[in-house]
Design a protein around this ligand. Structure first.
Ligand code: SAM
Length: 223
């Protein structure tokens, strides 16, 4: 069964730039600076970085410019977002920004997505169910290279509590639309990552009560 698309609080601000379907999100613009500062510690010297749930494509367009030795692969599940990513790609014209890929990150990942050096995702986990979140983490772990990193950014609960009044309001808006989705507890995220073979590198406090969670593959050392 096809689910009704979520109505996001920032939907009215997702402005269409031009007839190519290029979308602009002010919130994606606001969080990008602090994210790049943290992410810079984890961007590989070279190789492929996959962004899942790329949304408008604003982030990946900037990241490809800022980190030119890495090949950036944007992706999303939604056709209007893929169109917007392509429009951003046309605007920035960078050889290391690959064509947008349609990927349901909770489904089967494309076979060519292997040995990724970075998997980057912003503001997805609160919008999907626990079951889908586990599937996304498994997809990440399977596609990540042994020396790669996973960078997750977004709003989470901590000790099963909201981290602000705004978070509580936002989550109740989401769960009213779909009781299966909503904020995940950060300790739950770390447990699921570990079960998927991803070990904790760091957890960093970000602006507006968001967190970044960085992990890498747990590699068994030979005995
Ligand atoms: C809140 S937006 C975040 C977009 C972007 N990462 C940003 O921060 O601006 C959530 C995005 O997740 C995408 N999405 C939702 N479920 C998905 C799934 N199962 N696989 C891949 N993308 C998904 C939506 O299409 C949307 O573009």
């Amino acid at each position: 069964m096809t689910k009704t698309p979520l109505i996001m609080p920032d939907a009215p601000f997702l402005k269409e730039h031009n007839e190519d379907g290029q979308l602009f999100s002010p919130s994606a613009e606001r969080n990008l600076g602090p994210i790049i500062k943290q992410l810079a510690n984890h961007v590989p010297a070279q190789g492929t970085a996959l962004e899942i749930a790329s949304g408008t494509g604003q982030h990946v367009a900037t990241l490809a410019k800022r980190f030119p030795r890495v090949n950036w692969q944007p992706s999303d599940i939604a056709l209007d977002r893929l169109r917007s990513i392509e429009a951003w790609r046309k605007t920035v014209r960078l050889d290391n920004l690959l064509p947008a890929l349609q990927l349901n990150a909770a489904g089967k990942w494309d076979d060519h997505l292997t040995d990724l050096k970075l998997i980057y995702v912003v503001n997805l986990f609160h919008l999907i169910s626990e079951k889908d979140a586990v599937a996304v983490l498994k997809g990440m772990s399977d596609s990540l290279g042994n020396d790669g990193r996973v960078f997750i950014y977004g709003p989470f609960k901590e000790h099963e509590q909201y981290r602000s009044e705004g978070d509580a309001r936002f989550d109740s808006n989401l769960t009213a639309q779909d009781p299966e989705i909503g904020y995940k507890d950060v300790a739950w995220m770390w447990r699921q990552m570990k079960d998927s073979g991803l070990g904790r590198v760091e957890q960093v406090e970000m602006p507006a009560n968001n967190l970044s969670l960085v992990s890498q593959k747990i590699v068994e050392s030979p005995v």
